[in-house]
Design a protein around this ligand. Structure first.
Ligand code: CAA
Length: 408
């Protein structure tokens, strides 16, 4: 029997279970996911929110908060329990990242770099010895790690690495400078990307595990930043640092691809951070709109404010779907490079737009520190820059679209 198009559609969307096609689109989180989200929220409210304004003012590292994050398992969420991690999925990780970012985006980036750039990279591409020696300490939060790719002259153009790792037989001799390194002075273990054979271009780049105590390694200037001021961002200098060969992650010349693959996952974490900043700004604004009165009514009863909240909430929800989809794809072992770039691009733009509107809704109060939204607005900006600027994300996305079109 041939069906008409409306009949086919009716079959697809019919509520009769026997009529449903073999297809699930399930927007529900599991009990476990909800538990992780709720515990991240109460941890952030109780342990990170107190003192967040002071830490932001003074550029003070959240030492106690990070120690507690380690105790609760937030620093190695996705690492296998075999290496002292939580063995959770990426969806759990982004749910926790969103909640923590709502209250303290500085603590969130410390967590994100350790989880998705450092722990994930070593677990995926490191040797068993590296996992035992370094990953166990990083995933348990005994120490934290840093990911060192950017240089004074190599930010977006990441193949132009000037830091060199000369092959000296049993070790590499590392020389150069890295810039804007998150966890720069608080880390103990550093993944350093460096050029070994310039004639091979990006295929001559390696990733080395460097320990803070290695002679010739020096921590440089601490950056005085617009936002995420609680996290420490430094330049790092390497002068004739001898790094044993066994500290190379992956095969010879795999360093650039290591960085790209690791960053594709890292971008999901930063997208979740941006989402948290946006949803935090929205929550604070919605509450304020029910309390603050002007012209004899709460400001939420003015359409000018109510419509702002509607637009903010719609953008936050759309960003949340992109973030969760990218995380879910990664968990399913499906390709996620484009989706992670889309999630980061969109969520970071939303973080900026929503936090600016949050300041506007608060008026004069939004411009001072006590209401948190000015900090969220400053914190939002970096999500459009680190782990690949919005322009780099557009490059990644557009290349994928064009490649697919060429194949067709
Ligand atoms: N996964 C795997 N391989 C990838 C890849 C990915 N996502 N992206 C690129 N590659 C591979 C390519 O296939 C290519 O390999 P082959 O030559 O063997 O085919 C190789 O890498 C070089 O790629 P491209 O030719 O595309 O290189 P490019 O120079 O045109 O630029 C880029 C690529 C996407 C722009 C890249 O340079 C990039 O992502 N730049 C941004 C860097 C960045 O995100 N920096 C953030 C710093 S880290 C940070 O912020 C951490 C922190 O502290 C918070």
């Amino acid at each position: 029997m041939e069906l008409t198009q409306p009949e086919v559609l009716r079959l697809y969307f019919c509520n009769e279970p026997r009529m449903q096609p073999n297809f699930t689109m399930n927007f529900e989180l599991t009990e476990e996911h909800l538990m992780i989200r709720d515990s991240a929220r109460s941890f952030a409210q109780n342990e990170l929110l107190p003192g967040v304004i002071e830490r932001d003012n003074e550029q003070k590292f959240p030492t106690d908060g990070v120690k507690k994050m380690a105790e609760l398992g937030f620093l190695g969420m996705m690492t296998s329990p075999k290496y002292l991690g939580g063995g959770m999925d990426t969806v759990s990780y982004v749910l926790a990242m969103e909640e923590i970012s709502k209250y303290d985006a500085s603590s969130a980036v410390i967590m994100s770099v350790n989880n998705s750039l450092v722990c994930w990279g070593i677990e995926k591409y490191g040797t068993e010895d590296q996992k035992i020696k370094y990953l166990t300490r990083l995933a348990s939060g005994e120490v934290i790690g840093a990911f060192c790719l950017s240089e004074p002259e190599a930010g977006s153009d990441a193949t132009s690495q000037k830091t060199t790792a000369l092959d000296m037989g049993d070790h590499y001799l590392l020389n150069g400078t890295k810039n804007w390194i998150t966890n720069g002075s608080s880390a103990s273990i550093y993944l350093v990307i460096a050029q070994t054979d310039v004639s091979k271009g990006h295929r001559g780049i390696n990733c080395l595990i460097v320990e803070k105590e290695m002679p010739g390694f020096q921590i440089g200037k601490k950056e005085d930043k617009l936002g995420i001021r609680g996290s420490d961002t430094h330049s790092l200098m390497f002068t004739d640092v001898k790094v044993p060969k066994e500290n190379r992650v992956g095969d010879e010349g795999f360093g650039f691809k290591f960085a790209m693959k690791t960053l594709s996952g890292g971008r999901i974490g930063i997208a979740a951070q941006a989402l948290g900043i946006a949803s935090g700004a929205l929550e604070i604004s919605a509450k304020y709109a029910t309390e603050r009165k002007s012209f004899n009514k709460i400001i939420g009863d003015h359409q000018a404010i109510a419509f702002k909240l509607a637009d903010m909430a719609t953008k936050v929800e759309a960003a949340r779907f992109l973030v969760l989809k990218a995380a879910w794809l990664k968990d399913q072992g499906m390709p996620y490079v484009t989706e992670s770039a889309m999630a980061k691009l969109y969520a970071s733009e939303v973080a900026m737009e929503v936090s600016v509107e949050a300041v506007q809704i608060h008026g004069g109060y939004g411009f001072v520190k006590d209401y948190h939204v000015e900090r969220l607005m400053r914190d939002a900006k970096i999500t459009q820059i680190y782990e690949g600027t919005s322009e780099i994300q557009r490059m990644v996305i557009s290349r994928a679209i064009l490649d697919e079109a060429k194949e067709k």
